[in-house]
Design a protein around this ligand. Structure first.
Ligand code: SF4
Length: 477
């Protein structure tokens, strides 16, 4: 999962992209990059490892010139700390650059099939492969809306997986496209500058656009490509469409609570997840003295649940805000250390109480086990762990680092066995019906819950093998 933003039409496009990236930092903390075009092929590119504010300085903006810019925050599922995999990627010869969020399930297969037929990517990145495919399909033509739409259509025919892409070209055009299932989000907005000029932007989340003053925010449709030329002329075309299947985990965990996905507010969805869980808890006859959220993502759900059950809501797990999100960290050991550095339980309030602890999801179980240990250590009489997401039992092939079935705590376990494995007195999960109702979506990607994916995932095994090799390599270093 990564964060994307692109801006066209303002003199200081790079600075806007930078501010946008700060608002998308939660989507990836491994590294960041900005690519600009100052006209007639004058590209400037800066990328680096770490947080956005550490990658760029005031000096950066002296070099990053132009009316059009794209930016990326990286969350790696492969090649964790390899700086060569940072985005955006630029193809000087084709005069196009892109940044990508998602994962191409058949990337190794495409690379093999097209070996010698397209320019070889310099890295193993599926994002660079997309760039090479677009560049190849352009076949030396100067990029414009018509021939880019053609090149993207041709590229889409080869790709299986999830992709939201922003791109720019030497002609000063900003463009973007989204996979035919719309698994990963991409939004489009516009605003009027003081000088009367219309500025356009594309981004992964509404919060990044709204923060920069963009309005009339709309979704880029599944399978749609959009091109904004240097004069602000906008062209849109649906190139390929399948059933819209947005990733449910955007609402559950990934997106900022201020954002909206597919027109549904993330806050509202999380609140409803809590309300629906409270019904389940009533049905199960569970009672408790306190409801506690695991900060930050489960707060809205925990408030709803506490209100509905009429049980006091207390924020007693305190987060050290300077420690990165544990989900995004590299390996299990790093994650566990981070959890113990990150959370503190206020034992004076917890001691002797039956506590419902609300978390957004349970993946490997590291965070959950540590939290339960913290709660018990703080003297909790009973810990009932409530997950706003149904059991995650299968891998994600679309860009979220959910490991194999065996590594997932809910993979082969019943709810009771999960509770025992985590040290909880009880575990209560959201139901699939509840999830769909809360997110108000007819269709969703729920592959990691049901093992039914919106695309073919037969090449996924190769991807999984590569990912685990990659993890081992990272540990050796
Ligand atoms: S498999 Fe799960 S995490 Fe991956 S895109 Fe689908 S819903 Fe999202």
């Amino acid at each position: 999962m990564c964060g994307l933003i692109g801006v066209n039409g303002t003199a200081d496009a790079a600075r806007e992209v930078y501010v946008g990236l700060l608002n998308l930092q939660h989507r990836g903390q491994d590294g960041a990059g900005i690519l600009t075009c100052g006209g007639a092929g004058q590209f400037s590119l800066q990328k680096g490892s770490g947080l956005v504010e550490n990658v760029f300085s005031e000096q950066s903006f002296k070099g990053l010139k132009g009316h059009v810019a794209i930016g990326h925050t990286r969350y790696a599922t492969i090649g964790k700390k390899d700086p060569n995999l940072l985005q955006p990627f630029l193809d000087y010869q084709a005069e196009v650059g892109i940044a990508h969020n998602g994962n191409i399930v058949n990337c190794y297969q495409i690379a093999r099939e097209l070996e010698g037929k397209i320019e070889k990517p310099t890295t193993d990145s599926d994002s660079e492969l997309i760039l090479k495919l677009v560049a190849h399909a352009l076949a030396g033509q100067k990029p414009n809306a018509a021939n880019l739409f053609g090149a993207i259509r041709e590229t889409m025919q080869k790709l299986v997986g999830s992709y939201a892409v922003v791109g720019l070209d030497a002609e000063g055009g900003l463009w973007g496209f989204r996979d035919p299932h719309g698994i990963r989000p991409l939004l489009f907005g516009s605003k009027l500058e003081i000088d009367g000029r219309q500025v356009y932007a594309l981004a992964s989340e509404t919060v990044a656009l709204a923060y920069l003053g963009y309005g009339e925010i709309q979704e880029v449709q599944p399978g749609e490509a959009i091109y904004i030329d240097k004069n602000g002329v906008v062209e849109r075309q649906i190139l390929r469409k399948e059933t819209h299947s947005p990733c449910m985990f955007e609402w559950v965990y990934f997106a900022r609570v201020e954002s909206a996905m597919s027109g549904i507010s993330v806050y509202e969805a999380r609140f409803k997840l809590g309300l629906l869980l409270s019904e389940r808890i009533k049905d199960l006859g569970i009672t408790a003295d306190l409801v506690l959220p695991v900060p930050e993502t489960s707060r809205a759900a925990a408030i709803a649940l506490a209100e509905s059950l009429d049980i006091p809501y207390r924020e007693l797990l305190i987060k050290n805000r300077y420690v990165n999100r544990t989900f995004i960290l590299d390996d299990q050991k790093e994650r566990q250390t981070a959890i113990s550095r990150k959370l503190y339980a206020i034992s004076e309030e917890i001691k002797g109480k039956r506590c419902i602890v609300v978390d957004d999801s349970i993946v490997r179980g590291n965070t959950a086990a540590k939290i339960i240990e913290l709660m018990k250590h703080a003297g909790a009489k009973e810990v009932i762990l409530v997950s706003t997401c149904p059991p995650i039992a299968y891998p994600c092939y679309y860009g979220i680092d959910f490991p194999s079935h065996e590594e997932l705590v809910a993979g082969d376990r019943t709810d009771e066995e999960v509770a025992a494995a985590l040290g909880a007195d009880r575990v209560v999960y959201q139901t699939l019906v509840g999830l769909k109702a809360a997110l108000a979506q007819k269709n969703l990607c729920t592959g990691c819950l049901t093992n039914e994916y919106p695309t073919d995932v037969t090449s996924g095994l190769e991807f999984q093998t590569q990912r685990s090799k990659d993890r081992k390599k990272a540990k050796v270093k």
